[in-house]
Write a protein of this length. Structure first.
Length: 226
C-alpha cells in the first residue's frame, strides 16, 4: 500500500500528527484541502473533514477517487461508554453500529439495521492493523456512530444496553460505508476524550487543548508495515 489517506474531523485533532508524518510536500487544493507527506516510502494524504458522518464520507471518497488512496486511516477523539476505557486511552475500532439509521420508526428492533443486512454490527477490514505490534495490542472495541454529540447519560445507557457499544463518535459510519463500497481497509484509532455524559462538552475541549498525540506512535508504526 503506497498511498495512504488519513481523515480527522477537526484540525485540532491532527496538529500533532501532522508534525510527525515525515517530509511535507505541500497541499492539494480542490473540494478539500489535502496535506501531502512522504514517510517510509508512502505518500500520505491528510484531510480535516469536518464533523459528522456525511462530512467524513465525502472526505474519504475524495481521498480514494482523487488521491487514489488504497487504505483509509481515521484518528480522533471519542466519548467512552465503558468504565474500562478512561480518558486518554487508545482503542482500535473493530465494529461499528450506525444507531441513527432505521427503516421503521414503529419497530424499534430495526434500529441500526440497514436494508439488505440482518445485523446492526458493521465490520470494517482491520486486518492490516495486526501488522503493527502497538495497534494489535490496543483494546478492540465496538463504536456507536451517529450525527449526535453524546452528552446525555440516558442516551449513553441506551447505546450500551441496546447495542453493547464501548465508545461513540460522529464519523465512523460514514467512513465504513465508503471503504466497504471501494473494498478498502479502514483503520480507526480513537482516543477517549470524555465519558459521553453531561460533562462531555467541557472534557472534549480540555482533551483538545491538552493535545491528542497519544495515537501518533501507533499510526507511524502502522505506516512502516503497510
Amino acid at each position: 500500500m503506497e498511498r495512504v489517506g488519513i481523515v480527522t474531523a477537526l484540525a485540532d485533532e491532527s496538529d500533532v500528527l501532522r508534525d510527525n508524518l515525515g517530509q511535507y510536500l505541500g497541499t492539494i487544493e480542490g473540494a478539500f484541502v489535502v496535506y501531502k507527506y512522504l514517510l517510509e516510502g508512502k505518500q500520505i494524504f491528510l484531510i480535516n473533514s469536518g464533523v459528522g458522518e456525511i462530512a467524513a464520507a465525502m472526505a474519504a471518497q475524495y481521498l480514494i477517487t482523487d488521491c487514489h488512496a488504497d487504505i483509509i486511516l481515521n484518528v480522533g477523539l471519542v466519548g467512552s461508554l465503558s468504565k474500562s476505557l478512561k480518558r486518554g486511552m487508545l482503542a482500535l475500532v473493530k465494529e461499528v453500529v450506525h444507531y441513527d439509521f432505521t427503516r421503521s420508526y414503529s419497530d424499534p428492533s430495526c434500529t441500526g439495521i440497514h436494508i439488505g443486512r440482518d445485523s446492526a454490527i458493521l465490520t470494517p477490514d482491520i486486518s492490516v492493523a495486526e501488522k503493527s505490534e502497538r495497534l494489535s495490542l490496543l483494546p478492540k472495541v465496538r463504536i456507536a456512530s451517529g450525527d449526535k454529540f453524546v452528552n446525555d447519560s440516558a442516551f449513553k445507557e441506551m447505546l450500551v444496553t441496546k447495542f453493547n457499544c464501548d465508545i461513540c463518535d460522529m464519523e465512523s459510519a460514514g467512513l465504513f460505508f465508503v471503504c466497504e463500497r471501494f473494498n478498502l481497509p479502514l483503520i480507526m484509532v480513537k482516543c477517549v476524550s470524555d465519558n459521553a455524559d453531561e460533562d462531555a462538552d467541557e472534557n472534549f475541549n480540555q482533551a483538545i487543548n491538552a493535545g491528542v498525540g497519544q495515537y501518533v506512535s501507533g499510526v507511524k508504526e502502522l505506516l512502516k508495515h503497510l
